[in-house]
Design a protein around this ligand. Structure first.
Ligand code: ASP
Ligand code: MG
Length: 301
């Protein structure tokens, strides 16, 4: 089994989602795959801004921002070019999600950290519906799965850590029956539920962590983190043309890079794979034939 995570830029438009769907199709012909999605490019930032507008009672700007966010997702949906019935079905799902989000925001009392986490989880929810539809369009049967029924985490709102033993029970119960029926689960990255069932986020860039958590509890063979760069670099290659590319890294080296702030990796993401020796690949979604960076325990250990 492989866990494949797709970042926000890979899913930035409907056209890109179709490209991602083709890549998933290729992999799903060869092995079992579980997909983890991030929100569409920039959406989490927009949700944060929306939350802050509501918190400061600036509802007219907030209303406008919701309209813009809805427009971004509707336009991605149109670009998918679905059959009429499927289009209408997903359009309704988006409509309901935006309805839930709006009601929550406008009825919210104290705009606490737990409210914040609930609100910013919507980016991944919306995206999982769109990517599942893109997969179904090319005859890969897929289903959006809300991570609150899969990953359990502690109640450190804004930066929670997974509880692996609890997650193992939930993840197996929710995902294995789908895999048995050859349905590809498209799990929302970035957030989990506490034991009490509240939505909690795993820190910015947390969908990498979601992917490695799932690889641990499902005993996957490898994790592929699809990004928009060729792999892991010493510094941001978009800003620094001297950035050094790593074709291979030990878990400890990847962790040190993440802790030094290499944006390409979430600082917790290595822990669930290190304990089980699960290989992580960081690959470029726009150049899928490039090998990318391999993160592993090395030969001699
Ligand atoms: N969408 C979330 C963020 O922007 C999680 C992620 O991208 O991994 O932080
Ligand atoms: Mg993101």
């Amino acid at each position: 089994m492989k866990i494949m995570k797709f970042g926000g830029s890979s899913l930035g438009t409907g056209k890109r989602m179709l490209h991602v769907a083709e890549i998933i199709k290729k992999f799903s012909n060869k092995s079992e795959v579980v997909i983890v999605v991030s929100a569409m490019n920039g959406v989490t930032d927009k949700l944060i801004s929306l939350f802050q507008k509501c918190k400061s009672r600036d509802f007219s700007t907030a209303f406008e921002e919701i309209r813009i966010l809805h427009g971004i997702h509707n336009s991605a949906l149109r670009d998918l070019g679905l059959r009429k019935n499927d289009y209408v079905h997903i359009k309704k799902s988006l409509y309901h999600l935006f309805g839930d989000l709006s009601i929550y925001l406008f009825l919210c009392k104290d705009y606490s950290l737990s409210d914040y986490d609930y609100v910013i989880s919507f980016g991944e929810k919306l995206c999982s519906h769109l990517l599942s539809a893109a997969l179904n369009k090319i005859d890969v049967i897929a289903k959006p799965i809300d991570a609150s029924s899969v990953i359990v985490a502690n109640n450190m709102f804004g930066n929670a850590r997974a509880l692996l033993a609890d997650t193992k029970i939930k993840a197996k119960k929710s995902l294995l029956p789908l895999l048995l029926k050859h349905i590809v689960p498209v799990v929302t990255g970035f957030y989990a539920a506490t034991k009490e069932g509240k939505i909690v986020t795993l820190g910015r860039g947390g969908s990498d962590y979601s992917a490695t958590i799932l690889s641990n509890v499902l005993d996957a063979k490898e994790v592929i983190l699809w990004k928009e760069v060729d792999g892991v670099f010493s510094t941001d290659p978009k800003k620094d043309d001297q950035a050094k590319f790593y074709s291979e890294l030990l878990y400890s080296e990847a962790l040190a890079l993440a802790e030094r702030g290499a944006k390409v990796l979430h600082s917790e993401a290595m822990k669930p794979v290190k304990s089980k020796g699960i290989i992580v690949w960081v690959k470029n979604i726009f150049k899928p034939d490039l090998i990318g960076t391999k993160i592993w325990k090395g030969v001699s250990q």
